[in-house]
Design a protein around this ligand. Structure first.
Ligand SMILES: NC(=O)c1ccc[n+]([C@@H]2O[C@H](COP(=O)([O-])OP(=O)(O)OC[C@H]3O[C@@H](n4cnc5c(N)ncnc54)[C@H](OP(=O)(O)O)[C@@H]3O)[C@@H](O)[C@H]2O)c1
Length: 274
């Protein structure tokens, strides 16, 4: 495993996404991830599967302290009282006393950013969240958090894969000493069809998914949280620590980038230009 140390917190750079992993099948996939060795689990209240995540962690033999567990508060719930209540409910479902990271899932056009950040900081000082952060925040909102409100954020979790240029968010994360957590690291599977990734993969005896994850892991202060429901994919996505991409291969993959954003929603903020 490759680790990132950000603000004195050690984070496994390769995590496991859990969107869409619900019910018995979802539980089996999360259990498989823990058995495989994933120690960074990305959950969210909105995914409706915190009970499955909590059950998988509880039934694994992995000590809670060895797992870096994230959950996220939905954008419609960004008032202090709802943040306090929903976080406590979340911890009950996750069967834990704390999360390692509590994120704002999306910025809301209606939120009072200062009050939201104060509420998160209060949960952090009470020990319910060891770290706090944001997701889907463009640089203008990152600046507002850090420079206007003095927030101490561990990460910005954003869509990031070879087809989407995230240099503006990445550069600001690095300047603020934050982690960039790449969601949709496999572009929902589209990386498998890319000829450049396929060619590089073939030369290493790896898959295009493995090469993509390796490309993310070879970037400083980046974490990636691929999701899979299939044991063979869960295992192969974890098998990325026995090879390395050359600088030239890194640059070729980096050159694929453009405006290939996949996740967009009606409440999305104004994104940085890709
Ligand atoms: N903060 C946010 O707003 C936000 C938004 C979206 C996602 N996320 C987080 O990021 C995680 C990852 O994003 P995502 O799940 O949407 O997309 P992803 O990880 O880029 O892709 C998942 C898709 O790729 C397929 N796949 C996985 N490994 C594969 C492999 N080795 N070969 C071929 N196909 C493979 C999976 O299918 P199989 O199941 O068949 O393997 C699944 O359809 C989510 O689970 C969630 O935790 C956060």
């Amino acid at each position: 495993m490759i680790y990132r140390t950000i603000k004195n917190t050690r984070i496994p750079a390769l995590g496991f996404g859990t969107f869409g992993l619900n019910g018995a099948e979802g539980l089996a996939a999360i259990e498989c991830a823990l058995e495989t060795g994933y120690r960074h689990i990305d959950a969210a209240i909105r995914y409706g599967n915190e009970a499955e995540v909590g059950q998988a962690i509880a039934s694994s033999r992995v000590p809670r302290e060895e797992i870096f567990l994230t959950t996220k508060i939905w954008y419609g719930d960004l008032t202090p009282q709802v943040i306090f209540d929903s976080t406590r409910e979340s911890l009950d479902r996750l069967k834990t006393d704390f999360v390692d990271l509590l994120l704002i899932h999306w910025p809301s056009p209606d939120m009072d950013l200062g009050r939201v950040l104060d509420a998160l900081a209060e949960l952090q000082s009470e020990g319910l969240a060891r770290n706090i952060g944001v997701a889907n925040f463009p640089t203008a909102l990152m600046r507002a958090c850090v420079e206007d409100h003095g927030a101490d954020l561990l990460t910005n979790q954003v869509e990031y894969h070879p087809f989407l240029n995230q240099s503006a968010v990445y550069d600001l994360c690095r300047r603020y000493g934050m982690l960039l957590t790449a969601y949709l690291p496999l572009a929902r599977g589209a990386v498998m069809d890319d000829p450049v990734l396929q060619e590089i993969a073939e030369s290493h005896g790896k898959s295009a998914a493995q090469v993509t994850l390796r490309w993310l892991l070879q970037q400083a202060d980046v974490a990636a949280i691929p999701r899979s429901s299939k044991p063979e994919h869960i295992r192969s996505n974890f098998d990325v620590f026995d090879f390395a991409l050359s600088e030239e291969e890194m640059a070729r993959i980096g050159a694929l980038r453009g405006g290939g954003r996949i996740v967009n929603v009606e409440w999305a903020p104004e994104w940085d230009p890709a």
